[in-house]
Ligand binder design. Structure first.
Ligand code: GDP
Ligand code: ZN
Length: 309
């Protein structure tokens, strides 16, 4: 019998699929994506699939088809020169950060923000470890994010401060958690999920943490119907899915100044009389945000050249 389920995670092309209250270990039957689609990975946590179970061993199955995605968090996989889905069918993307150890990395946050914007997925920053010192510079950046419409939650997985607010944000929804190692993502997940973590998710995470390396993403089912796609080991995000000329649309604060630019289709990189660069010079746009913009612009250009090779 063909059933529909949700991919929780996949290891070595064996995907754990949840359907109702049971999970089935599935392999993939043939080309489930059809011809001509170049993707690094056919399935990501959160994907909905059609599968059939083995009549003799109902814990095993075969995935027949991937259902159309509502959305996906994609990045460009440089090595394979193909898009890589990190999570599928999500309600929001959350970037977890910390103020001091490891240091706050606004450029990384900017990249996650741009990716979220490209796929029209709501984006939130969580600054964990708010029991540590938060510098004036970080506070300034947080205010800046809030001014351009990005919500920022500060909390502490250690002291429990503001965890209720984070739970409210996540309740009933599926979120992808992105963050560099050490920011307290697992501590936060444990706090949010406690012992209610679904068994398979719990096992996989234990395995994951146990050897302190990052292997795979997994959809974890928690209490309050909080569902989180944990994405260990994402250190870099190469933006995928847009032309360099479209990048400025994903820096919402540029819009106000872009119409002042003299050149139609100004890239805000080298053209004279550029409204955006003038705003950077007079401090209306944060210089570091502009730096994020130019770096992403360059990587998009290289990516385009690489895919033409
Ligand atoms: P992950 O690599 O992001 O999963 O980080 P972990 O959850 O393993 O946490 C890394 C370290 O940060 C551990 O020593 C945690 O105890 C610590 N940590 C986690 N959350 C907090 C917090 O809110 N405040 C402080 N001070 N330390 C925390
Ligand atoms: Zn310009």
């Amino acid at each position: 019998m063909v059933k529909k389920g949700t991919v929780l995670f996949g290891i070595n092309n064996i995907f754990t699929v949840q359907a109702g209250s049971s999970t089935v270990e599935c392999r993939i039957k043939g080309k489930i994506l059809g011809e001509g689609k170049r993707e690094y990975n056919p399935l990501a946590p959160g994907d909905r699939v059609f599968f059939k179970t083995d009549p003799i061993n109902p814990e095993k199955g075969m995935i027949l088809e991937r259902c159309e995605r509502r959305n996906a968090f994609l990045r460009w996989n440089k090595k394979r020169r193909a898009p890589q889905a990190i999570a599928a069918n999500i309600d929001g993307i959350v970037c977890i950060s910390s103020p001091e150890s490891p240091p706050f990395r606004p450029r990384f946050i900017d990249r996650v923000a741009v990716t979220s914007s490209i796929h029209s997925i709501p984006f939130t920053v969580i600054l964990n470890k708010n029991d540590q010192k938060i510098s004036g510079e970080i506070l300034e950046r947080i205010r800046y994010y809030e001014n351009i419409g990005i919500s920022v939650y500060t909390c502490s997985a250690k002291t429990g401060e503001n965890i209720d607010a984070v739970m409210d944000l996540l309740a009933g929804k599926v979120h992808a958690f992105i963050g560099q190692s050490g920011v307290g993502k697992s501590t936060l997940l444990n706090k949010l999920c406690g012992t209610q973590q679904q068994k398979t998710g719990a096992v996989s995470l234990k395995y994951n943490r146990g050897i302190h390396t990052t292997i795979f993403s997994a959809l974890i089912l928690c209490m309050n119907n909080i569902r989180i796609i944990d994405t260990p080991g994402i250190r870099e995000i190469e933006i995928y899915g847009i032309d360099p000329s479209e990048l400025s649309f994903h820096f919402p604060e540029f819009e106000k100044y872009a119409h002042i630019c003299s050149f139609p289709g100004c890239t805000h990189i080298h053209e004279p009389k550029c409204g955006v660069r003038t705003a950077v010079a007079d401090g209306s746009i944060l210089e570091d945000r502009y730096e994020s913009y130019t770096r992403i612009y360059d990587s998009l250009k290289h990516q385009r050249e690489a895919s033409y090779e």
